[in-house]
Ligand binder design. Structure first.
Ligand SMILES: [Zn+2]
Length: 389
């Protein structure tokens, strides 16, 4: 028997409120967190906030039920990716219902899931819980997973959940593994000069392209390193250079160039392999650059190094999903990164499962199907079976 599922209009009302906060990653989210705290407060036995160093961004860890180990953590992020409102048919920070869909930034990724969780909280809180349910919400997931490590550091002060559901948009398919997500910014510093005398200067742009070429050259080897039983598509570690910027003018040798790049390792050793190979490429470039300009440099800043969610054949998180879904279920893998890998590394068995389609996330006209929200909240309503038994 499940707890009574909230009426859809109530759930959509909660989603409307969440979408109205333009909680874009790297901007303050405390208004949104305050709003959620005010909603949760009457139903929680504990609400703990952890902040970034500016105090303008907060993670939330709320406990409903007794302060004992063995509960279930429902986890999400409070931030969304930026918008270009001109590309949207509806205002991105207004949840807009058009037939069977709700449009708005974050409806799929992942305020729809958060709304389902919040709608259920009062109903779960009214039960005689023997195990708690926790609501975990992080900041800045979409730009380097900055909040989750701070939240995880604080988990020692709280009862330990036995399993976590990270509600990223999987179309309600259980996801048991994903690749890692390692993100970097590399800055090349050369020396400017007139382009008619290139040998008397050091082009940061030219050397950056050779560094990038070295990274791309690793593609075939990375493909060859894929584990034979890799469940991923593509099965191997990939890299991408997403942004490049540098130089002043066509006729000037560029003194600076920087680029944002990433790799998505299918295994931890691949990250080490890429770093080792790129260190060799870099040493060769630097030696050349410093013949002309001893101050030349290539510096790489780590934005994040998020480990993948490792595949396990059996776990309390998979058991939980079988209970909630009422039987065996296919468990898939995805190529995108989530906080589930971090929670798993911290000792909390995790799966990814939530409403919405990842294909519409991070794009204009993001939406979630109302039917997905209804299905999600109906499944989560069965939590009473594990929390009261
Ligand atoms: Zn997300």
């Amino acid at each position: 028997m499940a707890v009574e599922t909230p009426p859809i209009e109530e759930l959509l009302g909660i989603l409307d409120d969440l979408v109205a906060f333009d909680s874009v990653a790297l901007t303050p989210n405390v208004d949104l967190v305050d709003h959620i705290v005010a909603y949760l407060r009457p139903h929680c036995t504990d609400i703990a906030l952890t902040h970034d160093e500016t105090g303008t961004k907060a993670n939330l860890f709320a406990t409903i039920g007794p302060a004992v180990d063995g509960g279930v953590m429902l986890a999400g992020h409070s931030d969304v990716v930026p918008v270009d409102a001109d590309d949207w048919a509806t205002p991105p920070f207004t949840a807009t219902r058009v037939s069977d869909r709700v449009y708005g930034r974050g409806t799929a990724d992942m305020k729809g899931f958060v709304a389902c969780v919040l709608a259920l909280v009062p109903r779960l809180a009214s039960l005689d819980l023997v195990r708690p349910v926790h609501v975990a919400l992080t900041f800045d997931e979409e730009d380097g997973f900055h909040g989750a490590p701070i939240l995880i550091d604080s988990l020692g002060d709280h009862p330990r959940p036995s399993a976590a559901i990270v509600g990223e948009p999987t179309g309600l398919q259980v996801v048991g593994a994903h690749k890692g997500c390692y993100e970097y910014t590399t800055s090349v510093t050369g020396m400017n000069g007139h382009s008619s005398r290139p040998t008397e200067a050091v082009s940061a742009v030219h050397h950056a392209t050779r560094w990038i070429g070295g990274l791309l050259d690793l593609g075939a080897e990375l493909a060859g390193r894929a584990p034979a039983d890799s469940r991923f598509e593509p099965p191997h570690t990939t890299t991408n250079v997403g942004v490049v910027g540098g130089g002043l003018a066509r006729c000037t040798v560029a003194a600076d160039c920087s680029f944002d790049w990433e790799m998505r390792p299918v295994q931890g050793t691949d990250a080490g392999f890429v770093k080792e190979r790129m260190a060799a490429v870099e040493a060769e470039l630097l030696a050349e650059m410093r013949i002309v300009h001893p101050g030349a440099s290539i510096e790489t800043e780590v934005v994040c190094e998020i480990d993948g969610l490792e595949w396990v054949e059996a776990s309390p998180a998979l058991d939980l999903m079988r209970t909630l879904l009422g039987g065996e279920t296919d468990v898939g893998v995805v190529a995108y990164g989530t906080e589930a890998g971090l929670y798993q590394s911290a000792g909390i068995p995790s799966v990814v499962w939530g409403p919405g389609d990842i294909a519409v996330a991070h794009r204009p006209d993001e939406f979630v199907e109302v039917a997905d929200l209804e299905a999600c909240v109906a499944v989560l309503a069965r939590l009473d079976e594990v929390l009261t038994a």
